[in-house]
Design a protein around this ligand. Structure first.
Ligand code: AHM
Ligand code: MG
Length: 336
């Protein structure tokens, strides 16, 4: 069976009614190429000397893994010289990385989490790369972009996606015209369209939450989970299953494929009172989930409407099946 390549898909998007600009195609192809290299490095594991920690911390105070740093560098290098970007920002860098003056500049801003689910790298569980694309504001034309130019609500994302390095390496992408999945064909090194437009199946009884944080939950989240754990005998009237991989990419991918809900609610032990980061984790996933017919909130408010105050801002996350996300919001309203 002849499958469409990522390049052909993107060229069709350029010609489609939304007329995707060629620079955006270049950007996405460049990110996809970098993800291919990251996938290759990850698959070598101990043979490639890429596992383990470095003796330094990132801006979030987390010990960096070798692969966090390698993937960050690969994404920076791949995207610097193509002329499509003004600047980049990442989980692994304190502030923005402007395109150096020796290279042409474009109008896009790229944000990424180079390796999401870092704690899983050394134990061979799926990890991924998450990315989000914004446009530099018009007011930035003729001057260097600043960190403030990145602080746009998620609703202004032009594109978002993730690569998942699992049993298969996949790229899941939206340029605002639905969500599409591409599988890396390793023999010929190309991404082939394997699913899409993807829609989150509704009412699949499965939730994802780190149960060990129970004592941190709000009464609303506790009530929501309690009702699901009670199963068929409780108000939900059916039994629920639970999954938690420790890699948001893997949990979100499962939800896109078979439904359910993911919760990483506010957590007061974490800096910023939450675990996940708004700009390069929560917002790109919210964009994909909404494009697939789901919903994404912080437990109350739509994530993509939040006005970010800082590049590394953290936020509670509830996303997936619209009905389940609404049930968390309802529980929050009742708990007030
Ligand atoms: P990371 O980007 O540093 O890997 O952190 C984000 C990850 C998410 O992928 C995942 O949902 C969460 O952290 C897991 O947290 P926990 O270790 O509390 O289960
Ligand atoms: Mg992450």
């Amino acid at each position: 069976m002849q499958r469409k390549t990522l390049t052909r898909f993107l060229i069709e998007q350029q010609q489609g009614p939304r007329a995707m600009p060629p620079q955006l195609r270049l950007l996405i192809e460049t990110v996809a190429r970098a993800c291919k290299t990251i996938s290759h490095a990850i698959s070598k594991g101990a043979l490639g000397d890429v596992l383990g920690e470095l003796s330094r911390e990132n801006i979030q105070g987390e010990v960096q893994k070798k692969l966090d740093v390698l993937a960050n560098e690969l994404l920076l290098e791949a995207n610097e010289w193509g002329g499509h970007l003004a600047a980049m920002a990442s989980e692994e860098m304190e502030t923005l990385h402007r395109v150096p003056n020796r290279y042409p500049k474009g109008e896009y801003l790229l944000l990424f989490d180079p390796i999401d689910g870092s704690s899983n790298i050394d134990v061979d569980i799926s990890v991924g790369t998450i990315f989000s694309v914004l446009k530099a504001p018009e007011s930035a034309s003729g001057r260097d972009v600043t960190e403030a130019d990145f602080l746009q609500p998620g609703a202004r994302q032009i594109a978002a996606g993730y690569a998942i390095y699992g049993p298969q390496t996949l790229l899941v992408l939206s340029v605002g015209t639905g969500v599409y999945e591409f599988t890396l064909d390793r023999e010929i090194g190309s991404w082939k369209l394997t699913d899409g437009p993807m829609t989150i199946p509704e009412q699949y009884p499965e939730f994802a939450i780190n149960m060990s944080n129970r004592r941190q939950w709000s009464p609303a989240v506790a009530r929501y989970v309690e009702e699901r754990v009670t199963g068929a005998a409780g108000p939900c009237g059916r039994d629920y299953n639970m999954r938690w991989t420790g890699s948001m990419v893997a949990d979100v991918h499962r939800i896109l494929k078979r439904g359910g809900v993911f919760l990483y609610p506010a957590d007061h032990r974490q800096p910023g009172k939450a675990r996940l980061r708004l700009m390069y984790e929560a917002n790109p996933m919210a964009f994909l989930v909404e494009q697939a017919g789901g919903a994404a909130t912080d437990g109350r408010v739509r994530l993509m409407e939040m006005e970010p105050a800082a590049l590394h801002q953290r936020v509670g996350v509830v996303l997936g099946d619209r009905g389940e996300v609404a049930a968390v919001t309802e529980a929050a309203i009742l708990a007030e």
